[in-house]
Ligand binder design. Structure first.
Ligand code: G16
Length: 542
């Protein structure tokens, strides 16, 4: 019954920051999905008879790829496939299922916050037994395999009904369809004081949540409404749709603008939140106060002990290099270790496994802890709710209090999207070459004190990752970081990360745009962005 099908390699299956992401028509090419899945399996050892978790964010093509994955995983010798009902598992829920059921690993189907639909984005990612994204060593092996692959294994079996919870025996293996929400919601109850949060809601506290027609809708209804008593009418877009209703399921102020407007209204709710396509990112807005992801990381790290799951304190904090250094201030004040890793959640896995850190975060709306090995949007929302339930202050009061204690890192990311790839590569290469000559140059009242190309050495497994972003440091503590996106599917995206620090006795209430205006000008001049690309301003500012 097992068939071995001959195939020829595709040259473009190199996983990026977070798995392989392409437009749907690329994945629909004959053999494209099969080649990549077989390359994943071929890069692993010892999975015979073991469990594989498969789930996705419900976007267009999700179910087709799940059926393919079932056939191929069984043909390759996996013993059991665990799948979320209707093919749905949020990325953090998938990480939890892998860990809880001691699976060998998991296949997660998502292009995260990117749009979905027949001509939009899709993605495939492999996570290992710790529930986290495969390390660079593993993704490197998958890519190498994809370049030489000449056959894949599959089998001819009927489609599995993904809508029926339960177990079916298929061709000598087992396929189990599980409730995608229950295990995850139970895990959240072990970390947070649900009784205190219920009391908060009972006291009239108002929350608005936008699931963006993506995966977290069913999770939000179970957790916020059923278990915590939030108002069901304040849950927006909770039905997952294959095209996310035609929107970008990206929880930022541009794509969650309805939520943002509600939060800025005179009579707005107390707390607003959103999550992305696959549920790993979060957006936090207090009444009249947006909290940047970098600040949210620092504020959650400073307050985590207020939640039962972290009552004993945290072991340390890790942030991706471009994330603002606000969390470093908390770590320093609390005597905690702080780690700086390259962009991408996969780099936190070893630190979490080794118990060196408890809380991690990225400026790209990702925050999480050692409860799973992915960033976790609803976890961040629940930790905020737990903190609000204990402190009984507004988000704005907590933020102001934080800055008055630790100082404020004004921060923004400017994205230049869909650039010509060669132009973008040349711009970065030229900047890299100019690095030594930048030191000592003055821009306004700032002078560049150092400039380098970030390289990371993983203390746990000894691996090294070079060229992870160009850093320019100024004498007043300000910083500019440049890097090219590793998740885009159209041309190249240049990300410019801008940051300056204002001590706790400085001006803590500036508008971010004003605070960073001269750095934006310097960033353009240093990298010759407008001169080389013709772009006079960023397409997206977050
Ligand atoms: C972007 C972000 C990273 C994030 C990655 C994957 O990568 O900048 O911080 O880790 O997306 O996140 P998600 O799985 O939510 O898409 P890049 O390389 O495009 O900057």
């Amino acid at each position: 019954m097992i068939e071995t099908v001959e195939t020829t390699p595709f040259r473009d299956q190199k996983p990026g920051t977070s798995g392989l992401r392409k437009k749907v028509p690329e994945f629909q090419k004959r053999g494209y999905v099969e080649n990549f899945l077989q390359s994943i399996f071929d890069a692993q050892e010892g999975y015979e008879g073991k469990t594989l978790v498969v789930g996705g964010d419900g976007r267009f093509y999700n179910e087709d790829v799940i059926q393919t994955a079932i056939r191929m995983a069984l043909a390759n010798g996996f013993g059991r496939i665990l799948i979320g009902q209707n093919g749905i598992l949020s990325t953090p829920a998938a990480s939890n299922v892998i860990r809880k059921y001691k699976a060998f690993g998991g296949i997660i189907l998502s292009a995260s916050h990117n749009p979905g639909g027949p001509n939009e984005d899709f993605g495939i990612k492999y996570n290992g037994a710790n529930g986290g994204p495969a390390s660079e060593t593993v993704t490197g092996a998958i890519y190498e395999r994809s370049l030489v692959i000449d056959r894949y294994k599959t089998m001819d079996i009927p489609q599995v009904d993904l809508s029926r919870i339960g177990r079916v025996d298929v061709a000598g293996g087992v396929v189990e369809i599980i409730d995608p929400v229950a295990d995850y919601a139970d895990l959240m109850e072990t970390l947070f004081d649900f009784a205190a949060i219920r009391d908060l809601f009972a006291s009239g506290f108002r929350m608005q949540f936008d699931a963006m027609s993506a995966v977290t809708g069913p999770y939000a209804e179970e957790i916020f409404v059923k278990r915590l008593g939030a108002d069901p009418a304040a849950m927006m877009n909770t039905t997952p749709l294959p095209d996310f209703g035609g929107h970008h399921p990206d929880p930022n102020l541009v794509h969650a603008k309805e939520l943002y407007a509600a939060m800025m209204a005179e009579d707005g709710p107390d707390f607003g939140a959103a999550s992305d396509g696959d549920g790993d990112r979060n957006l936090i807005i207090g009444k009249g106060m947006y909290v940047t992801p970098s600040d949210s990381l620092a504020m959650l790290a400073a307050n985590a002990h207020l939640a039962p799951g972290y009552a004993k304190g945290i072991a340390g904090i890790a942030r991706s290099m471009p994330t603002s250094q606000a969390a470093d201030r908390v770590a320093e004040a609390r005597g905690l270790p702080c780690f700086e890793t390259p962009t991408g959640w996969k780099f936190f896995g070893n630190l979490l496994d080794a118990g060196k850190v408890t809380i991690c975060g990225e400026e790209s709306a990702g925050t999480g802890s050692d409860h799973v090995r992915e960033k976790d949007g609803l976890w961040a929302v629940l930790l905020w709710l737990n903190v609000l339930a204990v402190r009984r202050q507004s988000v704005a009061e907590i933020a102001r209090d934080h800055w008055a204690t630790f100082g404020r890192n004004y921060y923004a990311r400017h994205d230049y999207e869909a650039l010509d790839t060669a132009t973008a590569d040349d711009m970065v290469a030229a900047l890299r070459e100019r690095l030594p000559s930048l030191v000592g140059r003055t821009f306004g009242n700032r002078t560049i004190r150092a400039a380098d190309d970030f390289a990371y050495h993983d203390q746990v497994d000894g691996s090294s990752s070079a060229k992870q972003g160009i850093r320019v440091f100024f004498d007043d503590g300000a910083r500019i970081v440049y890097r090219l996106s590793g998740t885009g599917t159209t041309g190249a995206t240049l990300r410019v990360y801008l940051e300056r620090y204002e001590p706790n006795d400085g001006n803590l209430s500036m508008q971010t745009n004003d605070a960073l205006a001269d750095l934006v000008t310097a960033a353009d001049e240093i990298a010759e962005i407008s001169a080389r690309t013709g772009r006079v301003s960023a397409d997206v500012i977050t």
